[in-house]
Ligand binder design. Structure first.
Ligand code: NDP
Length: 434
């Protein structure tokens, strides 16, 4: 435990991100709204993607208590709670190495149990067994009860956001440097405490970041495949576009889970507190918005054909190659290894920065790979609607914002050395473009 006085350890936050409290309020209300809107704005139930919008119908629906009641599904809520409990049980029961995180401001280091990937394999194994034994129609409930599951996940994120905010006022809590502004709307959103509900090797923030949302995203995709198989008469009739969407997104999630220790140096874990921003992002936004393409393909099946499919596979594999090699170069380097003998500069802080390889081409080459993949996930839905490209646009905005946040933090960390690095590597994300 730190010997520092509370005010010294947890200084007041004096500058805001996300345009301060008004921005925080807008996103707090906007993310749940947008999660529902993307469902109702692109769904069979409402008649298309987008449905023909008749304002009178919208106001009729909103003034009808039955429509509001339709957002709630007791069975889906119980299933969601069961899923969350399954993730906790898998974390507790499955074996896993212990990995030490970065040093906290108190001087302490947290230890984490690494078994997100085996949790994923267990969940996939149980799902595959169910589908093999009882057929695709046994796993369409995530598709059928989609709205109910959205509501359950949003409620869970609200409960966690409120509980974490309330718990952060107990004596001795280590707050996030950016989450102690004193404005409740802002602090609730951005996350006041750095690691709330952290007991032994369990840490709610890292647990949520990888398990209940990311794995659920893949299970929802599987459910969409099963729904298409049920409708079209078996898995052999599932379209190439649906298979590619499932495969691309599964590879992405599997990568994140397999390289679980990689998150311990990310800013969400080292710097951000855990508040509504992360709880709703991890639990509701990721699984229920990122599956939009697969959900769309259920009611608009598309056959791509070998040429189009091969081109899209090429885009995805290029993106994945850049994403993986860039992340591996940095992770190796941060772990004291440099197998490719990449050039680097040593900063005054003692820390080193790569100046060749992917990190010599742009300051966030991994984001570039990620963006290419986001395009490849939308191409299988063809070009009939812009809504299935929402993810590309949203991700572009998120990554540009994240790049700016990270550059600002690196400038604080490395001072004039960062300016030197920026001169050596002028491109922010896409080499020679941006
Ligand atoms: P990054 O992996 O991009 O890491 C940024 C950090 O790397 C910097 O803070 C700095 O930290 C270090 N660094 C910067 N330049 C260099 C250099 N030249 N040499 C060595 N180290 C350097 O951070 P993110 O957490 O933003 O992203 C991680 C991954 O997650 C990315 O692949 C991203 O695309 C993905 N992502 C996906 C999201 C999704 O919703 N799908 C959302 C957000 C991210 P330090 O010097 O302290 O080590």
């Amino acid at each position: 435990m730190s010997k520092k006085a509370p005010a010294e350890l947890n200084p007041r936050t004096t500058s805001y991100e996300f345009l301060g409290p008004p921005g925080a309020l807008l996103i707090t209300l906007g993310v749940p709204f947008a999660t529902y809107a993307l469902y109702f704005g692109c769904s069979e139930q409402t008649g298309g993607c987008p449905p023909a919008i008749v304002p009178a119908n919208i106001s009729l629906a909103l003034s009808d208590p039955a429509w509001w009641k339709g957002l709630w599904d007791t069975q889906a809520t119980l299933m969601y709670l069961g899923w969350y409990a399954f993730c906790i049980a898998a974390w507790a029961i499955l074996p896993g190495d212990l990995v030490t995180g970065t040093t906290l401001r108190t001087g302490e280091k947290k230890q984490y149990k690494i078994n997100a990937f085996s949790t994923f394999l267990l969940a996939l194994g149980l799902t595959a067994g169910t589908v093999y034994r009882y057929g695709p129609q046994s796993f369409t409930f995530l598709h059928d009860k989609f709205v109910g599951f959205i509501t359950a996940a949003i409620l869970m994120s609200v409960v966690q956001g409120v509980a974490c905010y309330a718990a952060s006022f107990r004596p001795g809590a280590l707050l996030a440097l950016g989450g102690n502004s004193g404005n409740p709307i802002y602090d609730f959103y951005i996350g006041r405490e750095l690691n709330p509900f952290s007991y032994g090797t369990f840490d709610l923030k890292t647990f949520n970041e990888l398990r209940p949302g990311l794995i659920l995203w893949v299970l929802i995709d599987v459910s969409m495949v099963c729904e298409q198989a049920t409708r079209r008469g078996g898995f052999s009739q599932v379209t190439d576009s649906m298979w590619l969407t499932l495969i691309f997104q599964t590879i992405y999630v599997a990568d994140g889970l397999y390289f679980e220790p990689g998150i311990f140096t990310q800013m969400d874990i080292t710097t951000d507190g855990f508040g509504f921003m992360l709880s709703v992002g991890d639990l509701a936004w990721v699984p229920f918005v990122y599956c939009l393409q697969a959900r769309f393909l259920v009611f608009s099946p598309i056959v791509m054909g070998p040429l189009f499919a091969a081109a899209v596979v090429a885009v995805n594999m290029t993106g994945y190659y850049i994403f993986r090699t860039a992340n591996a170069e940095k992770n190796d380097f941060r772990n004291g290894k440099n197998p490719k003998n990449l050039e680097f500069m040593t900063t005054e802080s003692g820390s080193k920065l790569l100046t060749s390889g992917w990190w010599g081409r742009s300051r966030h080459p991994n984001y570039f790979g990620d963006l290419l993949m986001s395009l490849a996930w939308s191409f299988p839905t063809a070009f009939g609607t812009p809504i299935t490209y929402f993810y590309v646009l949203y991700f572009l905005v998120l990554l540009i914002h994240r790049q700016r946040r990270d550059d600002e933090m690196c400038e604080k960390k490395y001072g004039k050395d960062w300016k030197k690095y920026m001169k050596l590597v002028p491109y922010r994300i896409i080499p020679y473009v941006y």
